[in-house]
Design a protein around this ligand. Sequence first.
Ligand code: AGP
Length: 611
Amino acid sequence: MCGIVGYVGNRPLIDTLINGLKRLEYRGYDSSGIAFIENNEIRVIKEVGKVATLLKTISQEIENTEFSATGIAHTRWATHGEPSHRNSHPHLDSKGNFAVVHNGIIENYAALKGQLMAKGCKFNSDTDTEVIAHLISELYEGDFLKAVAAALKQLNGTYGIAVISKFHPDMIIAARKGSPIVIGVGNEEMIVASDISALISYTRKVIYLDDNDIAVIKKNEVDIRNIDIIPVNRELAHVDWDAGAAEKGGFDHFMLKEIYEQDSAVVNTIRGRINIEEATAILSGLGFNPRELASISNIIIAACGTSMHAGLVGEYFFEDLAGIPTEVAQAAEFRYRNPIIRPDTLVIAVSQSGETADTLAAVRESKNKGALVAGICNVVGSTIARETGSGIYLHAGPEIGVASTKAFTCQVITLLMMAVKFGRSRRLARNRAIEVLEEIQNVPALIKETLKSAPEIERIAKKYSGIDNAFYIGRGYLYPVALEGALKLKEISYIHAEGYHAAELKHGPIALLEEKVPVIALANDIPGKDKILSNMQECKARKSPIIATATIGDLEVQNIANDVIYLPRCSEYVTPIVTVIALQLFSYYVARERGCSIDQPRNLAKSVTVE
Ligand code: AGP
């Protein structure tokens, strides 16, 4: 995600834009920039890093920041093109007549860029966004709105944009398709932004654009059209959030917001990557041709924490669907245990931040031993992404909560797409591959369905919020989820929770079970369910309360468990997703009931950049 702000009115422009960017910085902070009209020309100032860095540069370059004018600004969370000065927004056309800021992904930018370059357009960045500025310029014949509409019609993908032109200094044109844009309506002033946190301190009267809307924004009027320039009517809404809540999209914590945005995060992860016709996944960032894929002899997944748990699910995927021997290595252990790596070993580094020192060390060790290396990261241009040189970005948007949630879900989906792709270069049948790909396409709907259980999960969480210990048990695809659920509870509620394979409990840990030690049993209807029912009986016989996850309609489980969280029926490959969301919510509500610091738990950091 990125943050966009635009202002037209009589306030000091720089202060207004910078204040807006600061409120949006949670959406991304790789780089930031502003563009405004000064002496009938467009001036652009941008910097790598946080908004504070940009402000420092502005104060060095502009003496009087009190002037009012029309301007736009952007804080970037990189998708295409690493974080750098040249890739920072705003972007200009070759003549400097138009400036654009953009949030979203233009999927056909490469083709458009080739066409524009053939016409003589000079590109200054690696971003998809810059294409929009050149397109508008090429299509401009005096009518700003017409040029923007014509340009947008050529774009595939998603956009939330704001555009200014030196020919029309009194207006901003904003448009949306898939990425939010909201307009704050003031008194002789308008502020346009990615979300209300940037404008709530100026006005509570807002207009939300719908997909394919284009708005011509002047300080005393907003004219909204559709992509065919036909007028459309959008209601004026009133916002009653306080500014602090607005940054979190109305949620009390970033973690809860990120739990609830997992459906859209998965949409972004799979966008443009599922090819039903070819019965495969398009993962061009991997850079392996089918022959190289077929020659991979074994896979080692190196990761830490939640990413390692996602890797454990991936291990099952690769062996089940692709028939490739796979193991998961705790990244810190990897390089000290002298791993056996052959030239056709593929090491996959999984890391949300792309900066985890232990995982980075595993990447370097793998490269030193001549392995094939790929990364699965969420932060574009991160160190692991750059050093692996091959891999897949999650495109899940910034994950601010220290407890990882949407990254896990998107990592699992990415690993499943990889397993299908690898399998299709081997023995995975076309029809089986199509079945799995269609299940992946249905995951956002399943996530929405799962989130409807939140009130019941909250009730159960409150009931058990006073515990000091807990066990999570699972089998098969749900064994890694048991580990992940225990980690979530540990890290945000400070309860001692352990994840175990359900069969392992009776080999010692069962000695710890008693009435005040609940067991969270993952009993969804997948292979091995009958065995976990027996394990639940063993725990019940030791007086442990049982909280179970189960598949909707399964009545067997409730005969054993004290409390049941019912989840949508789905294939075993997708069950980790619906189940982990229930456990994320469970840990969130327990922690909230205990008054813990959920987004920044004690002793933790979002990215562990030390060994
Ligand atoms: C998960 O909730 C934790 N924040 C932590 O285990 C995290 O997953 C781990 O540090 C790995 O981080 P990475 O994915 O950025 O490499």
